[in-house]
Design a protein around this ligand. Structure first.
Ligand SMILES: Nc1c(NC[C@H](O)[C@H](O)[C@H](O)CO)[nH]c(=O)[nH]c1=O
Ligand SMILES: CC(=O)[C@@H](O)COP(=O)(O)O
Length: 140
């Protein structure tokens, strides 16, 4: 049994609800428990994971969010830095799945957030669980 923290960047609530449904279903299907915290945007997800990891309360982490390109360079910052932050935490040894969508428009996001379509929330949760299993295998 593992306890998973989902950190959701609730920038687009209706899309996040789909990502959350997929991630929670994947975690529960694997027989684990989860809890969710919410941050304003994708840039805050790595910081929330880092802060939570200091508690030793969680075995793995799933970052969820949706970054949709606008008119400026900010997309590259939000998309790139949220991914870089989670990657850095992963290289520090945390079991993390990255379900932060980085897309051109809402239609692309909907297909990827929907558990009945590309289920990127479930995919991120399964990745976190796979990394946790890998970590635990190395520890024995
Ligand atoms: N444009 C999007 C953002 N922008 C907000 C940032 O993530 C961050 O909260 C802000 O810069 C304050 O630090 N966030 C998303 O998750 N999705 C977007 O499309
Ligand atoms: C990904 C973003 O930060 C984006 O939503 C911001 O839009 P804009 O570049 O038009 O300010």
């Amino acid at each position: 049994m593992a306890h998973i923290l989902i950190v959701e960047a609730r920038f687009y609530a209706h899309l996040n609800d789909l990502l959350l449904a997929g991630a929670r279903a994947a975690i529960e299907a694997a027989g684990h428990t989860h809890e969710t915290v919410t941050v304003p945007g994708a840039l805050e997800v790595p910081g929330a994971v880092a802060a939570a990891s200091e508690s030793a309360r969680y075995d793995a982490y799933v970052g969820l969010g949706v970054v949709i390109r606008g008119e400026t360079y900010h997309f590259e910052i939000v998309a790139g830095e949220s991914a870089r932050g989670l990657m850095a935490l992963s290289l520090d040894g945390l079991a993390i799945g990255n379900g932060i969508l980085t897309v051109e428009n809402e239609a692309q996001a909907l297909v990827r957030a929907d558990p009945a379509q590309k289920d990127k929330g479930g995919e991120a949760a399964r990745a976190a669980l796979a990394m946790l299993a890998l970590k635990r295998g190395f520890a024995v």
